[in-house]
Design a binder for this molecule. Structure first.
Ligand code: SAH
Length: 401
């Protein structure tokens, strides 16, 4: 650190320095004794113990309960262009190890805390990069980060989708628009494991696509041949296209969004997949599953990939009831020996709790359920070992008899 300059500082309460020793990247406001010389939201602060020992450098978030997000535990590091170049380069280097660019050009390049750049999400969609700046620190360094990304990736088209809840917690306005290059078309065509998808990066969910399910979508190919498939919460048809490519007998898609189902239909057509065996239902999964149960309609393979049911810890019980409901219904309408891909993307529902919920559903349904694989988010959504919160997507691959 440059000792000639007065650096803004955050003093932790006595005993709270052990938080920093665990290398967790967040400091909550409750752990802070006092804040000194901070002039601008998002600027770099030195985190100090109660008695002034320098522990880490981070970005201050004045309005958030997560008051500091750590940039580095090395207090001698300078947080500057060079720093972000190094961090982005190391994220790129990991993606080179895990993405096969011959048949995939849609992937997460930077996964926030887990890529050591808290608050920054960057997703690649072919010639477009879509970024979210979700913390005061990421927002503070936005212009620098955009320039570095352009240089290192050789991508000129960068679109911002900072229109999220977490941004509201930081008291930043939601923002979306062009940061560099051209305005994206209404649909950008991308390739994932050789399958084509149209993505609405300007207003689709997240940054346009559920990139985190790529590895699980690929896995469905092992189970879909000659099967009747029910894809619940299908969005633009990710799992369905993979199921079709593996030779599924029929595919039924349910989603409440008519816009998503329209893109799904287009996705079948751009891959030259016939639509005769495909049924699309615009509706509420809870209601449609009940209707299928009452009608005695059954399937060989069911996917349950609902949106986040628990937005906060206080919603865990209600969310658990929702998960149990859909899993119970799915188990009731699966043929003997059927396969269930079931997911929860709620960070507040732990893997253990999710297993328990699915087990409760198994008991109530009277079926025998074997967990044959534990599933998680795709490899381009790494989880930093000191940041367990980074693991949000949990899934179970089950055989139901
Ligand atoms: N599996 C998808 C992603 C699913 S995202 C993929 O691989 O791309 C969750 C989807 O659930 C969204 O498309 C949303 O529109 C839909 N959804 C949310 N609540 C719903 C409900 N009650 N019934 C049906 N669809 C719902």
């Amino acid at each position: 650190m440059d000792n000639n300059k007065i650096m803004p500082s955050v003093f932790l309460k006595k005993g709270k320095e052990r938080l920093v020793q665990s290398k967790h990247p967040w400091i909550f406001s409750g752990a802070i004794e006092k804040i000194k010389d901070v002039k601008q939201n998002g600027e770099t602060v030195v985190v100090k113990s109660f008695d002034g020992k320098e522990l880490a450098l981070g970005a201050i978030s004045i309005h958030s309960q997560i008051a500091v997000r750590i940039w580095s535990f090395n207090v001698n590091k300078k947080i500057d262009d060079q720093f972000f170049t190094e961090r982005i380069n190391s994220a790129i280097s990991l993606r080179r190890k895990i993405i096969n660019f011959d048949h995939t050009n849609v992937y997460r390049l930077i996964n926030s805390e887990s890529d050591l750049i808290p608050g920054l999400i960057a997703d690649v969609y072919g010639d477009f990069l879509v970024c979210q700046f979700l913390s005061a620190g990421a927002e503070f360094w936005k212009a620098t980060i955009v320039e570095i990304l352009k240089k290192l990736l050789n991508i000129n088209n960068i679109f911002e989708r900072s229109d999220t809840d977490s941004r509201r917690k930081e008291k930043f306005e939601e923002k979306s628009g062009v940061l560099s290059g051209i305005e994206p078309p209404d649909f950008v065509e991308v390739v994932e494991n050789g399958l084509k998808f149209l993505v609405d990066i300007k207003s689709g969910h997240k940054t346009g696509f559920y990139i985190d399910q790529r590895d699980n979508r690929n896995l469905i190919k092992d189970f879909a041949k000659d099967k009747s498939v029910l894809n619940c919460f299908c969005y633009t048809g990710g799992f369905s296209l993979y199921a079709h490519s593996a030779g599924a007998k029929s595919i039924t898609n349910i989603d409440s969004s008519s816009a998503a189902l329209k893109i799904l239909t287009k996705n079948f057509s751009i891959n030259n997949f016939p639509s005769e065996q495909v049924t699309n239902i615009e509706g509420d999964v809870f209601q449609v599953l009940r209707k299928f149960r009452d009608e005695g309609k059954t399937f060989d393979l069911i996917i349950l990939d609902p949106p986040k049911f628990a937005e906060s810890a206080s919603q865990v019980n209600k969310a658990a009831r929702g998960y149990k409901d859909i899993n119970l219904l799915a188990m009731k309408i699966l043929n003997t020996g059927g396969i269930l891909f079931t997911f929860s993307c709620s960070g507040h529902i732990t893997q253990d709790l999710f297993r328990k919920i699915v087990d409760d559903a198994a008991i109530d349904s009277g079926r025998t359920v074997k967990f044959i694989r534990q599933l998680t988010q795709s490899a381009d959504h790494p989880v930093l070992s000191s940041f367990p919160e980074g693991l949000y997507l949990k899934g179970l691959l089950c055989e139901v008899t």
